[in-house]
Design a binder for this molecule. Structure first.
Ligand code: ATP
Ligand code: ZN
Length: 823
């Protein structure tokens, strides 16, 4: 007998062992999908992790119900290795990693099917009701199994579930789980000659047979040419293309098929073949760029990871293109990670012009079928290609990977917050690269403090580009003291007089401007001007943001929506006002302030559909708007030739976050958004509005002084023992009950202190103390960098097991999870 360890998409530790039925033994491969029973009536798609012939002791085994991939497995062995690494490092389960990695289309889901019991005899003591009889007749009539939904549709009954339940008890029907595969491959219809290549005689006969039918003849002529059948260079012909070319329709082809001249067939095709032309060659590098490129190659001789620190618009992307070309020529693959889907849009075009259909894009806005297509393309062939993608593309089934590029490596969006696994795609990508013997290039104008530390202390290679490409210089930055500006009456709406002038100058000279505000919606606060009451979310401890377009208050944590009250619920005065600025309101006000100017807005609300990024970016690149208003989506990596002015509306909202990374994040964000200005010769101008102009971070932004900022920040980190001088793990505790959450947090902290001593901080209530009805507490663990993380993780896991196994322990009703290397 053989036994298989199977990974299931569940947040449970440990593997699950199943018996392999003898008939499946020969086809079973590691990495193949199997359907297995779990619990009483559930089925899951699992992945075979390993097989052995030793029967595990102690419990009864179930058997694998079906093997889905009997040919080639759906994931590759190194992927399972990577999944295990992620689960281990980020204190998650392999099942959670599997869930994040596999597109839903590769998971099979069970749906309940109902069928009549064949020789059912009505029990006189338990007669069927009238409705039950109708259901039974419907099933008989359909003569096949029906889903509950089908039955509801056919009978017009609602709430059929309970009815079916009673019918099961009466043994009139039985239910079974039907497994449905959700992936639908895309097929296209093709047409070919019914005879062999070069068969001139058959071709003549065919033309004779259509001599009196003009349109059939036209079709045949076009097919002869397009299929290359007489030229000895055969190619497949899509029906659609043929119909267009010969100006005919499908019935004409059907007629030809009936005469035995052509064959029409369907074929599965990938969704992502780039059909455009490869028009560009490799960019010619400037001298500093060429030196940097050589330095990168040189550093890879003895380092696996190299950091390229290049100021904004220094041409990092052009260097990446050269490196990609180098690796593709070795017939190896490249992973190019970007932090934001908006960036894939501009990059894809830039890369496709050089690498054509070797460019593969992958991100969460794709439909599931599209994601499965890409997965299969990588799975089935080791052809050289470059995958551009956001976070989750690090989990794809790569073949011979030669290079990983992590652009804007400092970005916090590389870290997944919720749900588990809370992994950092940048760090995971470096592990992936090492598994494949590939090199990694981290790129940024503002490297994260940790990365720059590693690069200057020899762990990573370091290459720097300090000048912008071409004639462009870094923009001039001015900080506006908003308190003073207000006193002088120089603030109108969201803009100071300086900001207005800067935007007006830019747009008057045919240039464009970007206005950055890191809040979406119309106004972040609604408040009663008479009593000060402010509506909050019923499920979360946050104030609600007013969205004007939908005229509702929205919770940005759980998405709940509420009407804007006309009278104050507290004091009954009709005095509710909305205060402050979000992107929506800024767009309104800026539009009004610059009468003739057109605006575009890019934030979560305007980019919900798949192509919306593309649309906004294309429109702004194509100068269809003068001013782009946006959240952090507009801050990084985008390359707009026309932008000469940038306004950062509320630097304070960035600077005042209670977090050890606040300064770093604020510096990065401001430096990046400033970097969008003046990228093509015309000098750029940046305005930063702040109520605390003396904040120590601002002068570094004003002088584009990354190194100065780094020296300041690294000392803070050293003094207060933060990364890179320690490693941090947050432990979160969530519970429905506010008292319970505190007592669990205190007990947990106490237990942690006995194990880790003064490395434990807290518990504390985080910035937002309740989300979706759950109260939250946070404990911080600071571990010396030299300490063994394996040991730390083992202790944490053991502690959880120990606390959790106490019968009646309140911990059993709490959610406890970890955030390793939090952002
Ligand atoms: N060698 C070159 N030849 C032609 N154009 C170049 C070259 N180097 C850079 N450029 C152009 O300069 C602009 C800025 O370059 P790029 O976008 O690569 O900068 P970057 O360093 O990636 O900037 P950021 O950090 O802001 O994303 C682009 O439009 C790019 O096409
Ligand atoms: Zn909420």
């Amino acid at each position: 007998m053989t036994y298989a360890q199977v990974i299931l998409p569940l947040p449970l530790q440990g593997g699950f062992t199943y018996e392999v039925p003898p008939e499946a033994e020969r086809q079973l491969r590691i990495g193949a999908r199997v359907i297995v029973p779990f619990g009483r009536r559930k089925f899951y798609t699992g992945i075979v992790d390993s097989v052995s012939d030793r029967k595990p002791e102690g419990y009864e085994l179930k058997a694998i119900a079906a093997v889905l991939d009997s040919g080639s497995p759906i994931i590759k062995r190194p992927q399972i290795q990577l999944w295990n690494w992620i689960a281990d490092y980020y204190l998650a389960t392999v099942g959670e990693v599997m869930k994040a990695a596999l597109p839903a289309g590769l998971k099979v889901e069970s749906e309940t099917y109902v069928e009549p019991v064949p020789d059912f005899e009505e029990d006189p003591k338990a007669r069927l009701s009238e409705r039950e009889v109708i259901v039974l007749q419907t099933l008989d009539h359909a003569a096949k199994r029906l889903t509950v939904a089908d039955i509801e549709k056919l009978t017009g009954f609602t709430g059929v579930n309970a009815l079916i339940g009673r019918m099961i008890d009466k043994k009139a029907v039985a239910v079974s789980e039907k497994l449905v595969e959700r992936y639908a491959p895309r097929r296209e219809t093709y047409v070919r000659m019914a005879f062999g290549h070069g068969d001139t005689e058959a071709l003549h006969r065919a033309f004779d047979a259509v001599a009196s039918a003009r349109r059939q003849e036209a079709a045949l002529l076009a097919l002869t040419d397009m299929s290359g059948i007489m030229r000895g260079e055969p190619s497949e012909v899509a029906v659609k293309a043929l119909c267009e070319r010969a100006d005919i329709n499908l019935p004409i082809l059907k007629a030809l098929q009936q005469k035995g001249i052509v064959e029409i067939y369907r074929k599965e095709i990938g969704r992502f073949r780039y059909n455009g032309l490869v028009t560009a060659s490799l960019p010619t590098l400037s001298d500093p760029q060429r030196e940097a490129l050589n330095a990168i190659h040189a550093s890879w001789r003895d380092k696996n990871v190299t950091l390229l620190r290049g100021v904004t618009s220094s041409g990092k992307t052009e260097l990446y293109i050269h490196l990609i070309d180098f690796v593709l020529r070795q017939r190896r693959q490249v992973l190019y990670l970007v932090p934001e889907i908006a960036l894939t849009t501009q990059l894809t075009e830039r890369l496709q012009r050089v690498f054509g259909d070797k460019v593969v894009i992958y991100h969460s806005k794709f439909t599931d079928n599209e994601r499965v297509d890409i997965w299969k393309r990588l799975l089935c062939s080791d052809e050289p290609c470059v995958v551009i993608g956001a976070r989750s593309s690090v989990l794809l089934p790569f073949g011979p990977l030669g290079l990983v590029i992590v652009d804007e490596e400092h970005e916090t969006s590389y870290k997944q917050q919720d749900p588990a696994p809370r992994y950092n795609a940048r760090d995971t990508a470096m592990v992936l690269a090492r598994m494949h013997g590939a090199k990694t290039l981290l790129g940024s104008a503002t490297p994260s403090v940790e990365t720059y530390y590693k690069a200057t202390t020899g762990r990573f290679g370091l290459v720097e580009l300090t000048e912008r490409y071409g004639a462009a210089v870094l923009p001039e930055v001015n900080v506006v003291d908003m308190k003073r500006a207000r006193l002088r009456g120089e603030v109108k709406g969201p803009l100071s007089a300086d900001a207005s002038r800067t935007v007006a100058d830019a747009t008057a000279n045919g240039g464009q401007a970007i206005v950055f505000i890191n809040r979406r919606g119309f106004a972040p606060v609604a408040e009663c001007s008479s009593c000060g009451y402010s509506p909050k979310c019923e499920h979360c401890d946050v104030t609600l943001t007013y969205h004007k377009r939908i005229d509702r208050l929205v919770c940005h944590y759980c998405g709940s929506q509420y009407p804007l009250p006309t009278v104050c619920p507290a004091c009954k005065e009709p005095a509710i006002e909305v205060l402050g600025f979000g992107t929506e309101r800024v767009e309104d006000e800026v539009g009004a302030a610059f009468g003739g100017a057109t605006t575009l807005r890019m934030d979560l609300d305007t980019t919900r559909s798949k192509d919306s990024y593309q649309q906004i970016i294309n429109d702004f690149s194509g100068r269809k708007a003068d001013i782009l208003i946006g959240t952090q989506m507009v801050t990084k990596g985008l390359d707009f030739a026309g932008v000469s002015a940038v306004v950062i509306l509320s630097a304070d909202a960035l600077l005042n976050v209670p977090d050890f990374r606040a300064s770093e994040r604020a510096f990065n964000m401001m430096e990046q958004v400033a970097g969008r200005a003046g990228r093509r010769g015309t000098p750029g101008h940046v305005i930063i509005q702040s109520y605390q102009p003396a904040h120590p971070v601002l002068p570094y932004v004003a002088s584009h002084d990354y190194l100065g900022f780094y020296s300041y920040e690294i000392e803070e980190r050293r003094k207060f023992l933060y990364p890179p001088f320690t490693r941090i793990i947050y432990i979160y505790i969530k519970h429905r009950d506010p008292r319970e959450v505190d007592s669990i947090a205190v007990a947990y902290t106490h237990a942690l202190r006995q194990l880790f001593g003064n490395r434990v901080y807290g518990p504390e209530e985080p910035h937002v103390g309740r989300i979706q009805q759950l109260y939250i507490r946070k404990i911080m663990l600071k571990i010396e960098t030299e300490a063994s993380m394996t040991k730390v993780r083992t202790i944490l896991r053991d502690l959880y097991e120990r606390m959790h196994s106490v019968p009646g322990s309140p911990i059993r009703s709490a959610q406890i999870y970890y955030d390793v290397d939090p952002m």
